[in-house]
Design a protein around this ligand. Structure first.
Ligand code: UN1
Length: 512
């Protein structure tokens, strides 16, 4: 692994400008603050980034607005063709970009590549979608009248993404927004700006070859101020935000205040119900990958296992044994299962959560703690841990972005479903069972209240083809597959009269 070669191939230099409207326009204002970006893998500085200023944000909005007037005139399938080329470019850069994701964010290399694969998949999906921006036709109640609806692009779409999926979640939004005819301004997490810069270069390469105007893809790296500017900006009709519930509430309030549209993908508190009829070996893989994958920093991470009392003890033993085999270390070493947390603050939140859990009466069957010594110099490596808890504990009700898994015992499926739903969040959920009746009850109107409900699959690792998102404090948004594209467009109802009279609807008479 030679980071400097990878950085060079992805056009990252020692001091990067954090603002781009595409083309060759990269820049930053004089006096912009410089942020050193450190890898949680080894604690080394990867590169520096000059943070964008308010003036840079203005430039981006202006460019995106101007580009919109051109981009919206290009036929949607032609825009799809550009996105197809972006997908191909991502295939070319998959290895390098996946490694940079792993190094900058800390997830395992397999998951880094997996994340880039999600980007490729959504590009493929968006290409097909570009020929399927379907509206309905209706029969008019008036003679010689025709009614139909069509979908038009919205304008400038703001995308706020989180550190844990630094590139994939942006691509879900951007690929669809583009084929729908919108231009995008991306504010990535300030913790992972380098992968964002790499993506902007990849997109730029394709756009340049196709003479796409500057402003279709804009990047503005800044802190929460940039997010606030976007949320309050009436020139940005849609703000798509991924992150904490706290951030989401602030964005939603600001956007609603100007009656704009927001698409929110916020916290999860995902559970797997493990029934007495489950294949426990399958359940084990689903649970462990779900809990320790991305070091517990996915919004789909398995945080709770709700286990039937008859298999509780035996499954607990299986878990304890499996956790003893988890190799924690440099995520670029494919031998390791789990890498570091994103930064020291995340470690502190993890340690605090363990204390809170103990204080509330949680009993740790696999102990946590910060790892020290050779290989762990960055100070971001922790042990995945497991605690037996009550669902009602405040800490269990809260999403801690770390590998802490909570075990809860149940007697009846009704009770298990109530426990599963008994949290403020509603993103992902799963049941492990070979019993059809249990599976169907879990998926029914009286079952899981989450946006994602799986059978014999864990809570994380959704495919891009389905709509992704959840209910309650998860924010209600749906991204990625199915008909999620509709949020990026405005619907127009058209009624056409091809008669020689003007009859009014509802039979109203009005004669002059
Ligand atoms: C996220 O954690 O924000 O379903 C996205 C999954 C991934 C996406 C997670 N496909 O785990």
């Amino acid at each position: 692994f030679n980071i400097s070669t990878i950085l060079e191939r992805l056009h990252i230099n020692a001091k990067n400008d954090a603002f781009s409207i595409g083309g060759s326009t990269w820049g930053s204002s004089a006096g912009a603050t410089v942020k050193k970006i450190t890898s949680p893998v080894d604690g080394k500085v990867i590169a520096s980034v000059k943070m964008a200023t308010t003036a840079n944000y203005e430039q981006a909005v202006n460019a995106a607005q101007q580009a919109f007037t051109v981009w919206r005139t290009m036929p949607a399938p032609k825009r799809g063709e550009i996105v197809r080329q972006v997908g191909d470019a991502l295939r070319k850069y998959k290895d390098d970009l996946g490694r940079l994701v792993s190094y900058e964010m800390g997830k395992s290399l397999q998951e880094g590549w997996g994340e880039v694969q999600e980007m490729i998949d959504i590009c493929d999906f968006a290409v097909g979608q570009s020929r399927q921006l379907y509206g309905l036709t209706m029969h008019s109640e008036r003679t010689q009248h025709r009614m139909y609806e069509q979908y038009h692009p919205l304008g400038v779409v703001g995308i706020i993404s989180a550190f844990n999926f630094p590139v994939a979640v942006w691509s879900w939004n951007a690929a669809l927004a583009w084929v729908c005819g919108n231009t995008c301004i991306w504010k990535p997490s300030e913790k992972t700006p380098l992968t964002a810069i790499a993506c902007q270069h990849i997109v730029q390469e394709v756009f340049k070859q196709n003479n796409i105007p500057d402003g279709v893809s804009c990047l503005v790296i800044g802190d929460r101020e940039v997010g606030e500017l976007m949320a309050n900006d009436a020139r940005v009709p849609l703000v798509s935000a991924t992150g904490s519930t706290r951030m989401g509430k602030a964005v939603a309030t600001a956007v609603a205040g100007r009656l704009g549209r927001s698409l929110l993908e916020l916290g999860g508190n995902n559970a797997i119900i493990i029934t007495e009829d489950a294949n426990l070996d399958m359940a084990l893989i689903g649970a462990v990958f779900g809990a320790v994958g991305t070091a517990g920093q996915r919004c789909t991470t398995t945080r709770r296992l709700i286990i039937h009392e008859s298999v509780y003890e035996s499954f607990k033993q299986k878990l304890v044994k499996a956790y003893a085999q988890i190799r924690i270390g440099n995520p670029l070493d494919e031998h390791n299962h789990m890498g570091p947390l994103i930064d020291a603050d995340a470690v502190k939140l993890y340690l605090d959560a363990i204390v809170k859990c103990k204080n509330e009466g949680g009993k740790f069957v696999v102990k946590g703690g910060k790892l020290e010594g050779a290989g762990y110099e960055s100070g971001c490596y922790v042990k995945p841990c497991i605690a037996e808890v009550e669902n009602s504990f405040a800490i269990v009700q809260h999403e801690t972005f770390a590998p802490i898994l909570y075990l809860i015992k149940y007697k009846t499926l009704d009770e298990a479903i109530a426990l599963q739903n008994g949290v403020p969040q509603g993103l992902s959920s799963a049941i492990m069972t070979n019993n059809l009746r249990q599976a169907e009850q879990f998926l029914s109107y009286a079952g899981s209240d989450c946006g994602i409900a799986n059978v014999n699959i864990g809570t994380s690792g959704a495919e891009i083809g389905g709509a992704f998102g959840g209910e309650k404090e998860t924010g209600g948004g749906r991204e990625s597959g199915s008909d999620a594209w509709k949020v990026y467009m405005r619907r127009q109802t058209n009624t056409i009269n091809y008669s020689t009279t003007l009859p009014l609807a509802q039979g109203i008479k009005f004669d002059l």
